[in-house]
Structure formats: C-alpha cells, structure tokens
Design a protein around this ligand. Structure first.
Ligand SMILES: Cc1cc2nc3c(=O)[nH]c(=O)nc-3n(C[C@H](O)[C@H](O)[C@H](O)COP(=O)(O)OP(=O)(O)OC[C@H]3O[C@@H](n4cnc5c(N)ncnc54)[C@H](O)[C@@H]3O)c2cc1C
Ligand SMILES: *[C@@H]1O[C@H](CO)[C@@H](O)[C@H](O)[C@H]1NC(C)=O
Length: 330
C-alpha cells in the first residue's frame, strides 16, 4: 500500500522511515525539506537532545525513540547521533519519584546534596543522546531516497490537495505548525525558542528545569554547544533578542557556579530563533478514517520521533487490516 506524508520535519521523516522499513511505499510532500534553513519549520533548529520528560504522555513512544537512537549512535556515528552524559537539575521537586525513565537510561544516579548548584533541589545524572539536525535530517532523507521514497516540494492547503499531488488515499499529517492561517485545528500554537550556538569542547548535556529553563546541548561535529532557552507561547517574533541572549549566558554561568562563561562574543557562532509546534492539550497522534494525525510535539519532537513513526506505522496497518477482503468461511 502507498502512504502519503505531509511534512518532512523529524516527525514526517521518522514516520517515513518506520513505514518503509515495514515495506510500505511512501511519498512525502513538504514546504520545507532537509537542508532548508528557513524559520518556518522547527526541526533544523532543535538542540537536539533525546531527553525524556517527567510529566509527559507517551512513555512507550519515548522509550522506543531512545532505543532507536542508542542503536544508531553505536552503529553509525556519521549520522550525527552521539551518546552523551546528561546532568539534570530541578527546583520544582526534591525526589526522583516522577523520573519514570530512570529504568531506561544507562548509568542513572541521583546526585548528593553537595553536588547540586544553588537553588536546585534534585539532581540526576545518566547517559542519553544528542542529534545534530544539520547532519541527521539529510542522512535520513538519503536513506529514504535509497529506499525509493519520493519527495515533492509544495505547500498544501488541505488533505485533499496532498492526496491529489501524491496520488495516495492514506495521508499522514505531520505538518508541525502547518499553515497556521488555514489551521483546521485551533489548538495548534507556536512556542518560540531562542538559543545561542557557542564554541565549546564540552560533550555534556546540562539541563535546569522548574522556575527557569536553562540548558546546554552539544552539537556533534560543530565544535560547539547550543545554550538556551525560552518557551514563549504565541510569539511569532523571528528576530533574536539581545536581552534574552545575555540572560541565557548569565543563567548558564550561574548554573555552573561561574565556571562556564560564554559571554565572549568571539565564542558566538549563531543566534537561533525558531517555533516549536505546540498544541493546547498536548500532541495529536491518532487515526481518523484514512488520515493519521501526527503533530503538536512541541519541545520534544526528537524525543518522541521514532516512537511516533512506529505508532504511525501501526495506525496504517489498521487501515490495511480493514481493507482486506473478508475471510472465506469454508
Ligand atoms: C530552539 C529549539 C530547541 C529544541 N530542542 C529540542 C530538543 O533538544 N529535543 C527535542 O526532542 N526537541 C527539541 N525541539 C523541538 C523540536 O524541534 C520539534 O518538536 C520538532 O522539530 C517538530 O518536528 P515536526 O516534524 O513536527 O515539525 P517541523 O520540523 O516544523 O516540520 C514540519 C514540516 O511540515 C511542512 N509543512 C508545514 N505546513 C505545510 C503545508 N501546509 N504544506 C506542506 N508542507 C507543510 C514543513 O515544511 C516541514 O517539512 C526544539 C525546538 C526548538 C525551536
Ligand atoms: C494538519 O495539521 C495541522 C497542524 O500542523 C493542523 O492545523 C491541521 O488542522 C491538520 N489538518 C487536518 C485536516 O486535520
């Protein structure tokens, strides 16, 4: 069976991958494709850490994703996927009872009180992964091209328009923020992020969550790390803001007790501003007739990606199951 996908961000690509691995034939239509550095899509601009989140839905999706990237990092590091040490601090909890992924990630341990920076109430350390989107997105696209997937560049205004371009009945809507002006789903909302790519030879993820959201994520092969961040729901401001940049640098310096200072402009590679595909009430991952919805993954698109792909594949299987002729009762 043929499956059409709208969108070639990490969600559309992971869906395509899971579908072709299962033997489906796949076509993709997207306004932006891997290699495009427009701010109109999110995937090139993520850190991207594979970072499960305590209060989140879809643990199975995150577990499957973790396993996929873990295997890939060991099989082929030229994919831009790398194993890294992670330190997470929280000031909104003092025990690790909500850290459901402690049984998933290698080398998990809770930090002692004297290892915590000022104001943190809980610290944990473990191993996880980073994905460099500039390397990984084109890599996946090439794998898909090798497997016969075809990519079409177009902005579609409706599912039916996608059907007529791709000539497939089954459509996966993985359009991220989509075309907001025509969004049939009013719950979809941009969540603005601003980060700074700085020169550094650190290979560790450091993350502080709770009253503020401050992090460093290494970008494999780039000679640097991404520091952040902010989450500004509803903002469409495409320009990097100098006050936010200074604030992020300052927050990171405090987090490392003054040991890491990225304020020297010589270290700055690039300001990044991009818009996460948010959705009030959480992501949408379900089937409606011959349409499969897969959007609204907000801050965690990479962390959910391959798990979403596998779920999309299952939902497509269920369509196939229904279209089989009834069994002969002899
Ligand atoms: C600063 C920042 C840091 C982040 N860090 C992380 C991180 O560390 N870990 C993590 O897991 N996630 C992170 N994220 C979130 C992650 O980037 C997103 O969740 C993810 O990229 C969403 O992928 P997507 O495929 O749903 O959407 P997108 O990447 O936005 O892709 C949407 C696709 O649909 C296409 N499209 C849209 N509308 C149409 C249309 N009408 N017709 C045709 N094509 C259309 C687009 O062209 C594009 O191909 C971060 C995001 C930001 C902004
Ligand atoms: C497709 O997804 C977008 C979000 O990317 C959403 O706004 C739109 O309503 C969806 N289309 C349909 C027909 O569900």
């Amino acid at each position: 069976m043929e499956v059409g996908i709208i969108g070639s961000g990490i969600i559309g690509l992971a869906s395509a991958l899971a579908l072709v691995e299962a033997g489906y034939s796949v076509k993709v239509v997207a306004r932006e494709l891997p290699g495009d550095d427009s701010q109109n899509w999110a995937s090139p601009w993520a850190g991207a850490g594979i970072l499960p989140y305590p209060e989140s839905e879809g643990h199975d999706l995150q577990i499957n994703t973790f396993k996929y990237y873990w295997a890939l990092a060991h099989r082929d590091p030229t994919t831009g996927v790398q194993v890294v040490d992670v330190t997470e601090y929280f000031d909104d909890r003092d025990d690790d009872s909500a850290i459901w992924y402690k049984r998933l990630v290698p080398k998990y341990r809770v930090l002692d009180a004297q290892e915590l920076p000022e104001k943190a109430k809980l610290g944990i350390r473990y191993q996880s992964l980073t994905v460099n989107p500039a390397i990984f997105l084109p890599w996946v696209q090439n794998v898909l091209l090798d497997k016969g997937v075809r990519f079409y560049r177009a902005e579609v205004k409706s599912i039916d328009e996608a059907r007529s371009i791709l000539e497939t009945q089954v459509i996966v809507n993985a359009s991220g923020l989509g075309a907001l002006d025509i969004a049939a789903d009013k719950a979809v909302v941009p969540v603005r992020g601003q980060t700074l790519h700085v020169k550094s030879n650190s290979h560790e993820i450091v993350m502080f969550q709770g009253s503020h959201y401050t992090y460093q994520i290494p970008r494999m092969y780039s000679g640097g790390v991404i520091i952040g961040g902010v989450s500004q729901e509803g903002s469409w401001d495409k320009k990097a803001d100098a006050v936010t940049r200074t604030d992020i640098i300052q927050r990171f310096k405090e987090l490392t007790q003054g040991k890491v200072d990225y304020s020297d402009p010589q270290k700055h590679i690039q300001d990044i501003v991009a818009f996460r595909p948010g959705r009030k009430g959480g992501y949408r991952l379900e089937r409606e007739g011959s349409v499969i919805h897969a959007y609204g993954f907000n801050t965690l698109g990479y962390t959910y990606s391959y798990g979403v792909g596998l779920r999309v594949k299952k939902l497509v299987d269920s369509i196939l199951g229904e279209s089989k002729p009834p069994r002969c009762r002899l």
